[in-house]
Design a binder for this molecule. Sequence first.
Ligand SMILES: CC(C)(COP(=O)(O)OP(=O)(O)OC[C@H]1O[C@@H](n2cnc3c(N)ncnc32)[C@H](O)[C@@H]1OP(=O)(O)O)[C@@H](O)C(=O)NCCC(=O)NCCS
Length: 167
Amino acid sequence: MAGDEMTEADRRTSTPTSGDGHGSEAWAPAVVLRRGEVADIPALLAFWAVAGENASRPADDATMVENLLGRDPDCLLVAEQAGVIVGTVIAGWDGWRAHLYRLAVDPGCRGQGVGRRLVEAAEDRLRTLGAIRFDAMVLSENALGAHAWAAMGYRPQDDWTRWVRPA
Ligand SMILES: CC(C)(COP(=O)(O)OP(=O)(O)OC[C@H]1O[C@@H](n2cnc3c(N)ncnc32)[C@H](O)[C@@H]1OP(=O)(O)O)[C@@H](O)C(=O)NCCC(=O)NCCS
């Protein structure tokens, strides 16, 4: 089979981008999930700059991501389409609690279930490690994030406030 032809497996996981539902659709390449690697760091930083929620948080930098992967090489999940990163989530497990960070989907790929797939894969990983609860930090004014987390079964804890101090 030629390299640019689509396999049956690809077809099952691909997304129709147009058409009448009777065979005339243009098919987008499948979105696949994989582990993020050190080699992805430049692409990840560029991706988060446009797709992430970047307000009120420390800036990302390559050393921090490299340290994260050095400590937990399986924690960063990437959604990729045709070799391009279109989504991420960090499934952080410190041995005690499970935290989800850096959930982000390319603006052009939103609303197609990529965010949900990433979160479900992250939850599977964290459950296997022993997590009994997942948590995500969501800025109060982040309506997009709030919609997505709520749709995935998350609720704000009104009796807790996050307290922070610069290190
Ligand atoms: C939040 C984000 C990751 C969601 O990604 P996504 O791929 O669009 O999400 P999905 O398509 O998997 O949708 C997941 C659920 O959220 C709901 N949802 C997503 N966007 C929504 C919107 N704009 N309005 C209402 N519901 C929405 C979907 O309906 C879906 O629920 P369903 O499966 O029951 O239909 C994406 O909007 C994003 O990258 N936002 C910017 C970064 C950000 O804010 N991240 C969260 C930080 S806390």
